[in-house]
Design a protein around this ligand. Structure first.
Ligand code: SIN
Ligand code: FE2
Length: 217
């Protein structure tokens, strides 16, 4: 079939770049609801805030917070980094909920616990440009991504920005693992499909990414 390799077909996982795994409907609706309850508690302790790009200070359309011993943050002055405290409240990030630690142990194939969980909230207009997750010291562990709420159009490519990309829909309850050769794959979110999930009362999409930040040992 001409061009078939360019498209991710849910019946044919082989069409994704090496090291990228899409696990559709990993969570049923009760599990998704429990995860949302966990994230509500995280957000109550560590409120969502609007991050800004390095140098330009341009605000991102996604709102963020974290849980874990470290959280990923960005601002105009100091750029992309991990830090142990919330940039607005100055308080330590809340712990990663047990349920998320379990997901990591099920899919990450890494003996250590994740240190950071970035919580991204997308409203109907939010998106995220193509980027690599490369602010960690060590890339031996994967990044594990969980989608909740409205669906999105997710794009993933190779380890160079100009490599071809594949786009596919991520639905509520889906998990994506960026590991091995896919750990440094460029990826982003082109659009949100508003109103496609009843999970969040006011709509929108939550994405959780579990990461190892420091070198093991
Ligand atoms: C991210 O790359 O941090 C988020 C990816 C997503 O929202 O699916
Ligand atoms: Fe990312």
């Amino acid at each position: 079939m001409p061009g078939a390799g360019l498209f991710h077909d849910e019946r044919n996982m082989l069409s994704l770049p090496d090291g990228i795994r899409h696990l559709p409907a990993y969570f049923d609706s009760a599990e998704q609801q429990a995860l949302v309850d966990d994230i509500r508690a995280v957000v109550a302790a560590a409120p969502l805030y609007t991050p800004a790009m390095p140098r330009t200070g341009k605000e991102m359309s996604v709102r963020m917070t974290n849980c874990g011993t470290l959280g990923w943050v960005t601002d105009k002055e100091r750029g992309y980094r991990y830090q142990p405290t919330h940039p607005v409240t100055g308080k330590p990030w809340p712990a990663i909920p047990e349920r998320l630690l379990s997901v990591w142990s099920e899919v990450a194939d890494d003996p250590q616990e994740p240190q950071a969980c970035l919580v991204n909230f997308y409203d109907a207009a939010a998106k995220m440009g193509l980027h690599q997750d490369r602010d960690e010291e060590d890339f031996s562990a994967p990044v594990v991504s969980i989608s909740l709420g409205d669906a999105c159009l997710f794009r993933v490519g190779g380890t160079k920005r100009n490599m071809p990309t594949t786009s596919f829909r991520l639905e509520s309850g889906d998990v994506v693992v960026l590991g091995g050769e896919g750990r440094l794959a460029f990826h982003g979110v082109d659009r949100i499909y508003a109103g496609t999930s009843p999970l969040l009362n006011n709509g929108g999409r939550i994405n959780l990414t579990l990461r190892r930040v420091k070198r093991p040992g």
